[in-house]
Design a protein around this ligand. Structure first.
Ligand SMILES: [Zn+2]
Length: 100
C-alpha cells in the first residue's frame, strides 16, 4: 500500500503542496503513514520537537521495510524535502520523518 496524494492532504492533514511533494517522494512505494498534522498540544503530548513541521502541516512519518525507507530517504531532497531522517525511540528505528 502507498498513500495517495488525496489521503496525505485530506486524511493526514498536510498542505496541498506538502501532500504533492510527499506523494512524489514516496513514489508509490509500499509504506504506511503513522503521523501527519499534529496540533501543538498533541505534538507536545507525544514529545515532538517544539515547532515541528508536523504542527505546520508539512511533515509526515512513514514506516515500512528498511530498504524501502532507505530509498525514499536517498531521493527525498530531490522532491523538495527540507528534512529527511530516521527517528529513533531508544535505539529502535521508529520511522522515516519527511518535511517539506
Ligand atoms: Zn516526524
Amino acid at each position: 500500500m502507498s498513500p495517495t496524494e488525496h489521503e496525505l492532504h485530506g486524511y493526514w492533514g498536510l498542505t496541498r503542496q506538502a501532500a504533492h511533494q510527499a506523494f512524489h517522494a514516496i513514489g508509490g512505494r509500499d509504506v504506511h503513514v503513522t503521523s501527519g498534522f499534529r496540533t501543538v498540544q498533541r505534538n507536545r503530548a507525544i514529545g515532538g520537537v517544539e515547532g515541528s513541521y508536523h504542527t505546520r502541516r508539512r511533515a509526515v512519518d512513514l514506516v515500512g521495510l528498511p530498504s524501502v525507507l532507505g530509498e525514499i530517504l536517498v531521493h527525498a531532497h530531490e522532491h523538495g524535502a527540507v528534512e529527511a531522517l530516521h527517528e529513533y525511540r531508544g535505539t529502535r528505528r521508529e520511522h522515516l520523518h519527511l518535511a517539506f
